[in-house]
Design a protein around this ligand. Structure first.
Ligand SMILES: [Zn+2]
Length: 330
């Protein structure tokens, strides 16, 4: 009771920090400024870290475990990841079996720390079934801004739970971010509608684009399945070469977080059959671009993918994307 009274008007975090910093005789009036120390958030993928930074603003300090080009299907926690997660106020991961190698660790951690699988904020009836496992879903929900909006709400709720005093800030930031997400969604619909009907097939290194295909009317063909853990065999490559030749598909896409070996095998196989196929560009599938760049944000990542796909397949998206901010062709 005593403490509560003394610290009334002070945030609980600041109060605790002050209590720790000034254990005994120091006069409370001299307690340092009352601004709360940011809460420590650790996020697995860069897309989730981005959401936490935008929504959390100055109230949070976010660490992403996976940087550009890192494949979440295969990622295993390092020693320093474990230290960061055990010290965090909040750990956000995707779930839906995306971070397959982290599952066991996360379930263990959840018994001791605040751990939230924010990918699971998407209602199950909007999820697509996983091809290889029963009772599992395709985790690649960040590819469709409408689906990702559910995850943004999930991140907001997790932050509010961890830091109730920040609710107004988190809600305002989420509302602004949702507006951007909606604008991105309408840009995507417009830019992708300009791709001719005969060219609405998206061939990529792995099956990360099924939600994208569902949202924008593309047939999607991944050389590897939903997880990169399953290897594409020679037979699969031969089947796909047949398909490229038969369908007259002339562009395929590499991904920033997956080796381009299979895509190149496909192009060579088609060339051997006298069918020329080009690389339509590099897409950000399971990781964003470099931190500090536009493509290193979720908004920029999706803008890049939409714009690259539209232009490579005969559509009319503007060269530099929705906001004119995309770096020139990579
Ligand atoms: Zn993936």
């Amino acid at each position: 009771m005593g403490k509560r009274a003394i610290f009334s008007g002070v945030t609980r975090r600041a109060a605790l920090a002050a209590a720790v910093a000034l254990p005994f005789a120091a006069p409370l009036a001299a307690a340092p400024a009352l601004a709360a120390e940011p809460i420590k958030v650790v996020a697995t993928t860069s897309m989730i870290a981005d959401a936490a930074r935008v929504i959390g603003g100055e109230r949070v300090e976010v660490t992403a475990l996976m940087g550009p080009g890192v494949d979440p299907h295969a990622y295993r926690q390092t020693r320093s990841d474990i230290v960061a997660m055990t010290r965090a106020d909040l750990v956000l991961w995707h779930g839906l079996y995306l971070e397959a190698q982290l599952e066991e660790f996360m379930h263990g951690l959840a018994e001791k720390r605040r751990v939230v699988a924010v990918g699971e904020s998407v209602p199950a009836d909007l999820l697509m079934a996983h091809d290889d496992y029963e009772n599992r879903y395709d985790p690649h929900v960040w590819m469709d801004p409408d689906l990702w909006s559910h995850v943004l709400h999930g991140v907001r709720d997790a932050l509010v739970e961890a830091d109730p005093e920040g609710e107004a800030v988190y809600s305002a930031n989420t509302a602004a971010y949702l507006e951007e997400a909606a604008a991105l969604g309408s840009y995507a619909r417009g830019a992708l509608a300009t791709v001719p009907d005969t060219r609405r097939a998206l061939v990529t290194a792995h099956d990360a684009f099924r939600y994208f295909g569902r949202a924008y009317g593309f047939e999607v063909i991944g050389i590897q399945g939903i997880s990169t853990e399953s290897e594409a065999g020679l037979k699969r490559i031969e089947e796909l070469v047949d398909l490229l030749v038969e369908r007259g598909i002339t562009a395929v896409f590499v991904e920033s977080s997956v080796s381009d070996r299979n895509v190149r095998a496909l192009i060579e196989g088609a060339a051997a059959r006298g069918h020329e196929v080009a690389i339509g560009g590099e897409l950000y599938s399971d990781a964003m671009g470099k931190p500090g760049t536009y493509e290193g944000t979720w908004l920029g990542m999706i803008d890049h993918n939409v714009t690259t796909i539209s232009r490579a397949l005969g559509g009319a998206a503007p060269e530099r994307g929705r906001l004119g901010r995309l770096s020139s062709e990579s």
